[in-house]
Each structure stands twice: as C-alpha cells, then as structure tokens.
Design a protein around this ligand. Structure first.
Ligand code: HEM
Length: 409
C-alpha cells in the first residue's frame, strides 16, 4: 500500500487523492502504524497509529483517561521552549487541570453571552459585505472570510480599536507556521517570527487583563481575570495562553470553512437552490454539512496512558494515536455517499468540532453563529455570488486551509 500519512508529501496530494487513500485505510482490519519522519526543530517520536474510522475516533475522544491530550495534541510535538515561554494551553491538558480552566472559560461562551454578541456579528457581516461590494470581485478569503472571526474575537475581548491592526498582523504571522515547511532556512525564520508574534499578543492581553482587574467591563477578559462565583480566575500566563489558543483555534477554522463553503455552494447549485428556498429551515444543517465535508481541522493526536485494546489492536502505554477527523467524517458506514455535499443528510454524528469528550470545541456554537450570519448576509444581498476556479490550498497536514479563492458576484 503506497500511503504514508507521516510523509509530508502525502499532504501535497489533491483532496480527492487523499480522500481515496483514507477510504482504503478505513477498509483495513486494524489502524495502521506510520513511523515518524524527522522535522527540523520539532521533536519526533517513533510514530503513530492512524485512527481513520468514525467509531475509533469517537472511542478515543470519549475515553480521555486512556487517550490523553498531554503532553500535546499536535504531531509532531512542539519544541520544549514553546511551553517554557508560553505556559500551557488547555487543549494540551488532561483533567483536573483542564477541567479547572474549562470551567473558568466556559462562562464566556454561554448561550446568553453568544446571544448578546449577535447584533455585533450582524453589524460586522454587513460592513464586510459593504466593503466587499466596494472592492469588487477578487479573493474571497482576504475580502470576506478572513475578516469576520478575528473581528468577533476582538469584540469579545473588547480589544481597543487602536490595537486591532497589530492583532491582525501578529495572527497572520503566527498562523503562517501551521503549513508544511518549505525549507529549513524558511522554517527557522518562520518559527522565530511566530514566537515573537505570539509573545507580543500575550503581552498585550496581559496588560489589558491588569487594566480590567482595576476597572472591569462586561467583556471576556474582565470575566476571566476577575474571580468567578467559585473564586476561580486565570493567572497572567493562563490568560496569555488562552488568548493565543482563541486566536489560533477560532480564526483559521471558521475562515476556512466559509472559504470552502462558498465553493461547495457554487459547485452544488441544486443544494444552494434548496437552501435559498427556505433559508431558515436549511441553514443550520448546511453549516454542519460544510464542517463535516471540509473538516477544517484534519487531525489531533492523543497519547495512550495504559495498555488498551482498540478494535483488536493492542496499544501500549506511551503509544501515539492520531485522530483523523476528515476521514471519520467520510466514513461510509455513518455517512452514506460521503463525498456528496448534501445539506439534508443526518450530520449530527460528525466530528468536525472534535469527538464527544472533554475537549469538544469550546467555540462550536460561536463558529456556527458567525457562519450562519455571514452566509445569510452574502446570499441574500449578493444572490449572484459564486466562487471562480479552484482554491489555492495551504500545504498543511493539520488544517484544511484555503490561502485564496477567487470569487465574483
Ligand atoms: C469551524 C470552526 C471550528 C472548528 C472546525 C473547530 C474545531 C475544533 C476541534 C476539532 C477541537 C478539538 C480539540 C481536541 O479534541 O483536542 C477544538 C477545540 C477548541 N476550539 Fe474549536 N473549532 C472551530 C471554531 C472555534 C472558535 C470560533 C473558537 C473560539 C473563538 C474555538 C475555540 C476552541 C477551543 C478553546 C478549543 C479547546 C477546547 C478544550 O481543549 O477544552 N474553536 N476545536
């Protein structure tokens, strides 16, 4: 079998070829082991088992005691200095440390907080579409999709207007590092720029935190740095790590789903017509189907804490498994005819926002709300909107990232 998920060249193949490879892997009796390659400046281990079936991804996500998120969920692991400098992110923690942080931050994503954000999101979408109309047809990513998620995060944190451009710049630099590295020299340069960008963002939010201990407002930073009813609050370092996580987790993912989404609606005119025949009835499932079909985060890793038998495969303590969400989302035993974009299908069990378990995406409802509002604005105000040609994809084994997508209206 000529498939090597640990080889970065695999991720250079077209989406169609990769999907075919995953379909082959899903047919095998056991999850396959892939020895790891060395990547400059990143620790590599011996390799990982690829969980490609839906049931296996669900089992590992549910069973967080055996399938640990520590020391990290990315693969390969980030270098040690990253943790030294930035503290740790909740996504890389197990309970009880994870549960404590999740308790503190969950309040800021409550239905009430999200309902309070709706009018801000509507205003932002209307302005983005106004600007897009003025600018004329061009690149959907930079002119539309990239503008909303970062704006919403800045609103939630009440980042002062004068600092927002700086946030945009630093986020662009820090997320550029997620792609497959073009060369060793470029890789070193990008790692350095990435570290400086993240440090600058952290310093900025910690300063805001200090200001909002002195003078709390109704924003997310104030909620996090002042004690909740249980007397818990974030430390400076925890606030910095959480902010970095929000920017990385909440920005690219929604952006990429929208960019792939406009193409899916263009390539599937009957589905679009159905959506527009009763927007309110169909939009929620359309968004879920986009997330299933696109799988914006392609994989996260877990480390096995004790010997465990998974579908007859004897895993040993310390083994790494990688949860391939994109493959689970096309598992034909759960999603019939999985390569068809169908807004009427039963999408409930998709794992685009992660499997059921303690790390299920904290921002899933916010992402849904952003994308619903944006597509409503776009499709009702610009009924002729459509993608043009193929997207330019970022070479990545982690996120299904669209660098650019031409569009017109
Ligand atoms: C389409 C959009 C999105 C997708 C596909 C997505 C996907 C995911 C996935 C797969 C995980 C699971 C990580 C794991 O199991 O280890 C996750 C976690 C997380 N997501 Fe999202 N995400 C999206 C949007 C957002 C947004 C808008 C935010 C916040 C602004 C956000 C914040 C987070 C956080 C904080 C976590 C970590 C949760 C934890 O460890 O407890 N995400 N996301």
């Amino acid at each position: 079998m000529d498939i090597d998920l640990a080889d970065l060249n695999f991720w250079r193949k077209s989406l169609k070829e990769r999907n075919e490879a995953f379909a082959q892997l899903r047919q095998l009796e056991h999850p396959v082991f892939f020895p790891e390659k060395k990547v400059p400046f990143l620790r590599s281990g011996k390799g990982f088992y690829a969980l490609v079936r839906h049931a296996d991804v669900i089992e590992a996500s549910r069973n967080a005691k055996i399938f640990s998120s520590e020391p990290a969920v990315t693969n390969p692991e980030p270098p040690g200095w990253v943790k030294q400098v930035f503290g740790e992110s909740m996504v890389n923690m197990d309970d009880p440390r994870h549960a404590r942080l999740r308790r503190i931050v969950t309040r800021s994503f409550s239905p009430k907080m999200l309902a309070g954000l709706q009018s801000d999101i509507e205003t932002a979408c209307a302005r983005i579409v106004d600007d897009a109309v003025k600018e004329g047809p061009g690149d959907f990513v930079t002119q539309v999709a990239a503008r909303l998620p970062i704006h919403v995060i800045c609103d939630m944190l009440d980042i002062p207007q004068e600092l927002r451009e700086q946030v945009h710049k630093h986020v662009d630099i820090s997320t550029a590092y997620t792609g497959v590295r073009p060369s060793l020299a470029r890789s070193v340069q990008m790692a350095g720029q990435n570290m400086l960008a993240l440090l600058a963002l952290q310093r900025m939010v910690i300063k805001l935190g200090h200001e909002r201990i002195a003078e709390p407002k109704g924003d997310l930073v104030s909620l996090l740095v002042n004690a909740n009813p249980d007397g818990e609050k974030l430390t400076d370092k925890e606030l910095g790590s959480f902010f970095a996580l929000l920017l990385v987790a909440g920005n690219e993912t929604a952006r990429n789903t929208m960019a792939h989404g406009i193409r899916l609606l263009t390539e599937n005119p009957a589905q679009r017509e159905l959506l527009m025949s009763d927007f309110d009835a169909h939009i929620n499932n359309t968004i879920e189907e986009m997330v299933r079909y696109v799988s914006p985060i392609m994989q996260f890793r877990r480390t096995v804490t004790e010997d465990y038998s998974l579908r007859g495969l004897e895993l040993k303590k310390g083994d790494k498994v990688v949860l391939f969400y994109g493959s689970a989302n096309r598992d034909e035993s759960v999603f019939p005819d999985p390569d068809t974009f169908d807004i009427t299908r039963e999408t409930k069990p998709h794992v685009g926002f992660g499997g059921p378990g303690p790390h299920f995406c904290l921002g899933a409802n916010l992402a849904r709300q952003e994308m619903r509002t944006m597509f409503r604005e776009l499709l009702t105000r610009l009924p002729g909107i459509r993608s043009v040609g193929e997207p330019e994809l970022l070479l990545s084994n982690f996120d299904n990232s669209v660098r650019s997508q031409s569009y017109t209206f």
